[in-house]
Structure formats: C-alpha cells, structure tokens
Design a protein around this ligand. Structure first.
Ligand SMILES: [Fe+2]
Length: 546
C-alpha cells in the first residue's frame, strides 16, 4: 500500500510517504519554502498544504498521485469545533474545521490525478501517538501525547498492543500543558510554538521560586488528565519585549513552569503505568521535545525505557497518520531507524552544484579525517552529508561542527546562528564512549531528546557544550548507523583525546535548517564558517576567495 501522510492544520506542515509499511520519505515544508515553520499557525492558513514536501515525497519514490492508496490527513474535522453558522466564533475556529473538511479538494488540486475519495482523516493525537508507537517498534507500550492542542484535546494517554491503540485518558481543552508553555514563551518575548527551547534553556539560570503558586494553578486529576487555572504571568515577572534582557525573576518564572511541567508529567506517567504495567513508554507531541522533562521522566518515572519521536512536533503527525493508515490497510509497519528521511544528492550532483556556484573545492582521501583535522585546529565546519533530518534537530546530516574544548566556541556558534548567548550548544559523542563522559539520561540517545549530566573531570575538557547547570543534550553516534560521522569523531579523538564534537543545526539566524546544496552554499557564503564539507568534497574560505 502507498500512503501519503500530510500535516497541514496547525504548525510545521509536512509530508511523509509510507510504502508497504516502510517509511521511504518524510520532510517539512519549511525546508523547501525556506519559511521557518512553513506557515502561520492560524485558522486561516489551514487550506495551505505542504505542496513541495508532498511532491518531493512522491517523486522520491517515483509514485504518481493516482497510484496512492490513501492520503492520511492528521486532523479529523468531525471531532473539531463545528461552526454552526457563525464562522467568526472562537477566533475563526470554524474556518479551520471547514478548510480541513475541504482537504480532499485542496489535495486534488495540489496533486493532479489524486482520487479525492482516498483521503482519510486521522485524529490529531492518534496521529501523534502512531508516530511514536509504530515508529518505536515497542510492542506493547504505553503512549503519552502532549501538545498545545488537537481537535478538542491537548493530551492522550493510552496503550498500544499489536498496533491497536486503546485510549485511556484524554484531556479536553482549554486545559493544555503545551499552551501554558507557549503562553510563557510569548510572555518572555519569544515566538510561540517556535522558541520554547529558549524558555527551557533560561530555566537553568534560577531556582523555581514560584512553585507553590503553580502547584495550585496546574494540577493533575484522578482521571489521568489535569487542570490549568487562570495564569497571570505578569504577577511573577513583567512581560518582556522581543530581544529584551531577562531578569532573575523571568528566569525563576521559566524555572518554575519547567519544574511544574516535569512534576505533572511524572504524575501522568505514574497514572498511566499503574493501568498498563508496561515496561516501555513512547511519547510524541510538542511537549515531548522538552528534553529536560524527558530526562526527569527517565530518571524518576516508572517506565524502564522511553522512546520519543524525533519529529515530536506537528510535522511528525504526517508520518504518524501515514503509519496508522498503513496499519489500518493491513500492512505490517516497520519501525523508524533513522531520522534521515529527507532529501539527499549523489556525489556527481553535489560536484555539479559546486561547479555552478564557481567555488573551488577539493576531494580529500577521507572527508571525515579532513574535517577532524580542521576541527582540531579550532575551525568551524558546515557538515552536509546524506539525507536531511526529519524533525527539528540536526543529527549529523545538516550540522555545524566545532571543537568542544574551546569555551569561546559557544559564543562563536551562537553568533553565526544569531542566537541568544544564554542558549547552549550540544555535543555529539561516540556511542560506546558516552557512558564515560555523560550520565543521568538514557544511552544510547541518537536523537537528542534527553539531557545528561557531564561527569566530573569532563566538564572542564569540553566546556563549549556544558550548559550552566552542568548538563548537555547529547547525541550518541553509533558507527553502524552513522559510519561517516563516527569516523569523524574517531579521527578527532585520535588528534585530541576527546571523542566529542560540538553539533548544532546548520542554519543562520531565523532561517530553517539548510536542506539542499544551494542552501549550504548560501549559509557558507554569508556566515563566518571556515569549512564546508559537502559529500566527499571540501570547500574552504580560500576556495571561495579564488
Ligand atoms: Fe500537535
């Protein structure tokens, strides 16, 4: 069966293609359109489809729209708010429902030849859940989904057995842990549904001094859900304008909301575990991108193993919806083994792009070793290899790499990326060496979805990647899965004695991650990056100047 998954309703429009139960392609629209997050998350934009991502997924597999057995749309308009004649009610929410209902016609217009009758709606949180249950390969498993909102809920707790999802709890709106975090993000002068990572980073700078108040405001209930009272963030710290400096009160507020989120997540996990007794928990939804909370769940929660969908935000619902429908149509669904599901180019195509750009380039004997040498020489390297990542994290395919031994590289990378200086950058580490250097989180951790403590003796050796609270959001690199990146780490260790490099996403300020070779050249040409390693080729500053 050929199933195209589509996320088009709230954030991060994306497409995914599942053929005979195997995920062959998945990509976010922003990587093509170069508009961060793809579109504005308002009701008006629901008609917009991830047209380029859909078209690429089909082209990648050589499938015509008419050949699709199903299109899985990650929202069910029948479950949503019904307009009842007043389209303007509840911030035009009815418009979202109407546009979602019209999705088959919009899809047919975008994909000529598509049979509009093959469109199937998958409830938003069922799609999130499927992106974790099927993709993890854990069976049976418990599943927790938490995000800003779906059709009428913000949470799902359930159990998956043999691909059948039993929903045990679902928290109805307006109560939403995701929306609390989003509101705080906006209150602190950041972009909601986008900059929640900044709040998480800021939370490390102070103690959670307002916890008593927030334990009253945000409370788990006996039914596996929770309630959220009316929160006036201004009572704790005044609203910040974008770009304004934060005060200790702002950091204390961030720390408080972060801690309360962790406490409530622990309660929800314990409630779920008490009903399922499962060993394994899988998670999705935007809240599951909170790697600090994920590690608290791993350390203190009742489950032995936790798997988080790397595209835990709404982009991942395109994949989840497709996996769910593939299962419903009778296909055995294969687990997800890599996030490298986006576009890739062969060596000849890369060389042709470099020729077109008129830049000089070399082909060293071993690009991994050449890059390790540059890193050991404290150069910053743009690393463009293989297929791009699905989800918000750079995992060694579209990465900026640097030497973790030089503390000043944190500031240097934040400058290149136009980021605030309070934000950390993360380490990549050889999987087999990770336990020596990090603890307090699961190892392996290939998708950067947990934070770890840096062990004593190592923090001073890799200062660029140690956050203010002594933690790091690691990516473990297994040579079986990522042989090129693993060799680069080995070569770097051979030179420096350190099996760790700095890894942050390859993009400049406010831009989506680099996806195609032209994006890489634009990034390299406009930012103080010393080396571009693109496939087997290396471009240096001298090459650009020639
Ligand atoms: Fe969602």
């Amino acid at each position: 069966m050929k199933v195209l998954g589509v996320n088009a309703v709230f954030h991060d429009p994306a497409a995914a293609l599942v053929v005979d139960g195997i995920t062959v392609a998945a990509a976010e629209e922003e990587r093509f359109s170069r508009r961060k997050h793809g579109k504005s998350p308002v009701a008006f934009s629901t008609w917009e489809l991830p047209e380029q991502a859909m078209a690429w997924c089909l082209a990648e597999a050589g499938i015509a729209p008419a050949e699709l057995d199903a299109v899985a749309y990650s929202y069910d308009p029948e479950l949503a708010f019904q307009p009842n004649g007043d389209i303007t009610a509840a911030e035009w929410e009815g418009l979202r429902t109407l546009y979602a209902r019209r999705a088959p016609l919009f899809l047919r217009a975008a994909l000529p030849g598509l049979d509009a009758a093959c469109v199937r709606w998958v409830p938003h949180h069922v799609a999130h859940a499927a992106s974790a249950t099927f993709a993890s390969g854990f069976d049976p498993c418990s599943v927790l989904v938490l995000d800003g909102r779906g059709e009428r809920a913000s949470h799902l707790a359930g159990r998956s057995t043999g691909g059948a999802l039993e929903i045990l709890a679902a928290q109805a709106l307006p109560h939403s842990l995701g929306l609390v975090y989003e509101e705080l993000t906006a209150h602190l002068g950041f972009r909601r549904s986008s900059d929640e990572y900044k709040v998480m980073a800021m939370a490390s700078y102070e103690e959670p001094s307002f916890l008593d108040a927030f334990r009253e405001l945000v409370r788990p209930d006996a039914a596996g859900g929770f309630t959220v009272g009316a929160i006036d963030f201004s009572a704790f710290a005044p609203a910040l304008a974008p770009g304004a400096e934060f005060t200790p009160a702002h950091a204390a507020l961030a720390a408080t909301v972060q801690r309360r989120l962790e406490e409530v997540l622990l309660d929800l996990a314990r409630w779920l575990h008490a009903r399922t007794g499962d060993r394994d928990l899988v998670m999705a939804g935007g809240v599951a991108l909170n790697c600090v909370a994920n590690s608290v769940l791993w350390r203190e929660g009742p489950f032995e193993r936790i798997w988080v969908q790397p595209a835990a935000g709404d982009a991942g619902t395109a994949l989840g919806a497709a996996l769910q429908v593939a299962h419903d149509l009778g296909d055995p669904v294969a687990p997800m083994t890599t996030a490298a599901l986006g576009r890739g180019w062969d060596d000849a195509a890369l060389a042709a792009r470099l020729d077109t750009a008129g830049v000089a380039f070399e082909r060293p004997d071993d690009v991994a070793d050449a890059v390790a040498e540059a890193l050991a020489d404290n150069q910053v390297v743009a690393w463009f290899q293989g297929r791009s990542e699905f989800g918000p994290r750079a995992l060694g395919h579209r990465s900026l790499l640097a030497d973790p031994r030089a503390a000043e590289n944190l500031e240097k990378l934040n400058d290149i990326k136009g980021r605030e200086q309070f934000r950390p950058v993360a380490p990549m580490v050889l999987a087999e060496r990770a336990p020596e250097i990090f603890d307090g989180g699961p190892i392996p951790s290939p998708f950067m979805l947990f934070t770890h403590r840096v062990r004593p003796g190592w923090a001073e050796r890799i200062p660029a990647v140690v956050h203010v609270d002594g933690t790091a959001r690691i990516q473990t690199v297994d040579r079986r899965d990522e042989p090129l990146m693993a060799r680069c780490l080995e070569c770097f260790e051979a030179r420096t004695g350190v099996p760790v490099v700095v890894n942050t996403s390859l993009n400049t300020a406010g831009r989506p991650m680099v996806d195609d070779p032209r994006d890489a050249l634009e990034c390299f040409g406009s930012a103080p990056v010393d080396v571009l390693a693109i496939g087997p080729y290396v471009v240096t500053r001298a090459g650009v100047a020639v």
